[in-house]
Design a protein around this ligand. Structure first.
Ligand SMILES: [Zn+2]
Length: 470
């Protein structure tokens, strides 16, 4: 076949349904041919010994996030230029950002501003979820406008009442009813706020950082997930629980899915890698996020859920709160939650998942690319398939290295994986046929990334649901 822009020869292509030794030809930003013979092209990449993966889709990031309201609000260290660069270094070719509108800006107006900012800034493709923080009935009139902008997924909090983020169940029920009519998806940060606020008040005099976990017990997630699952059953609305962190809430998800309730969930590398004992370390403050790291005994069940299909997605919840910001207010009541992680998402999934035998290679591709594309309706993404966007993460499975923040373009100035030995490194990241990372070096261009408008209804089933479910 002639006239190809790019050929990726001699690699092992991995899809959610299996691996194959095929050569990949790209034309006009799309995958034009998969061949059993090496291909000629204007540009050829010899991927001998490398894995050719569909680019990771990190469907949970916060770039340029303002946490809180007014003077005390904390802003993340990255924006729509630097955040996507760090993500691309780790093989992410598309991100979905949770844009949380300030109280004085209508959500639709805020989403338009964010699409503009990311269009000017991002080196990789992107989409948005619309955070809905203002629980007034009039805000429901915003929802169809936002769906029409190509944003059919909405994020709600039932915690962070103190920041003005939380909505009550009355509003959530009404919103999910409306979102279901519109064909959209409701995403939920699930922690039962009253219990944890009570505990935070009760233990306010404690100095130990472990109280970040002890005041947010695991059953607060279980209760909030259960309530939301009931609303999903009653409204029929597709529900996606963000950053699931406990075995107890996972059990609720499994039961709900077995009953046919339309709920899916994700977890994040930090919940798989660490338990709350790290809060006793001198650098424990760097590990603060919400939900918190959990007591020992939760990581293994989450790995099992990710492997068996009960957990559909692995995302980063990238939220680059800087080291200095965290260290300036280290008390558990004040510390700014959140950590960067988009750049380590896929390397973590390979190193700690595949190379340690917890995930198969196809399952890793499913949870980092194919499932987020399917659940969030990113057409032509999430697989190495003819006609799909030529988005690739190329991974050297033999690379063996110590994780160093200096190698990550990590805006927050630290990584929780600092000093750990990882196996498997991203050598190239390609978005619609263009190299964004080449031999580990960033070569992309700010503003190259495109906003992906997503449809209100699920994409026509290009591939069967592969999840086994439980
Ligand atoms: Zn988040």
């Amino acid at each position: 076949m002639t006239g190809l822009d790019l050929a990726i020869n001699n690699g092992t292509v991995v899809n959610a349904d299996g691996t194959a030794r095929v050569h990949v030809g790209v034309r006009g930003g799309r995958i034009a041919v998969l061949s059993d013979r090496p291909l000629e092209a204007n540009r050829q990449l010899d991927a001998s010994g490398l894995l050719v993966l569909p680019g990771a889709i990190d469907c949970h990031v916060h770039f340029l996030l303002k946490q809180g309201q007014g003077e005390t609000a904390v802003v993340t260290e990255d924006d729509y230029v630097s955040g996507p660069v760090s993500a691309a270094r780790g093989g992410v070719t598309t991100f979905i950002d949770f844009a949380l509108h300030p109280r004085d800006t209508p959500p639709s107006e805020f989403m338009a501003q964010r699409i503009d900012l990311a269009s000017q800034g991002s080196c990789i493709d992107f989409a948005f979820h619309a955070g809905i923080l203002d629980p007034r009935g009039a805000v429901l009139e915003e929802l169809p406008k936002i769906v029409d902008m190509g944003i059919p997924s909405f994020k709600f909090f039932v915690t962070y009442r103190k920041w003005g983020f939380a909505v009550d169940l009355g509003f959530l029920n009404a919103a999910m009813t409306r979102i279901h009519e519109l064909g959209g998806i409701a995403c939920l940060h699930a922690e039962q706020d009253e219990i944890l606020e009570w505990r935070r008040t009760e233990h306010a005099g404690q100095q130990d950082l472990i109280y970040h976990s002890l005041t947010r017990p695991d059953f607060t997630e279980e209760i909030a997930v259960y309530e939301a699952v009931v609303l999903a059953r009653e409204t029929g609305c597709a529900l996606y629980i963000v950053h699931l962190s406990t075995a107890k809430a996972l059990a609720v998800i499994r039961r709900a899915r077995a009953e046919g309730i339309p709920v899916t969930t994700e977890t994040c590398p930090h919940y798989l890698a660490f338990d709350h004992d790290v809060y006793r370390r001198p650098d424990g403050v760097l590990f603060t996020m919400t939900p918190p790291l959990r007591p020992p005994g939760n990581c293994a069940p989450l790995w099992e859920g990710l492997a068996d299909g009960s957990i559909s997605v692995l995302s980063s919840d990238h939220n680059a709160v800087g080291r200095r910001v965290k260290e300036s207010k280290p008390h558990f009541l004040d510390v700014a939650p959140g950590l960067s992680g988009s750049g380590t998402l896929l390397p973590f999934a390979y190193s700690e998942g595949v190379s340690r035998g917890r995930l198969t290679l196809p399952r890793m591709v499913e949870v980092t690319s194919t499932a987020p594309a399917r659940i969030y309706r990113l057409a032509h993404k999430g697989a190495v398939r003819v006609g799909y966007d030529a988005d690739f993460a190329i991974l050297d499975p033999e690379a063996d290295y110590i994780v160093r923040v200096a190698d990550l373009d990590c805006p927050a100035g630290y990584t929780v994986f600092e000093g750990q030995r990882f196996r498997g490194r991203i050598s190239h990241t390609i978005v619609r046929g263009k190299f964004v990372v080449e031999n580990g070096m960033f070569v992309g261009r700010s503003g190259y990334g495109r906003f992906i408008a997503r449809p209100a209804r699920a994409l026509a089933a290009a591939e069967p649901e592969r999840e086994t479910g439980h």
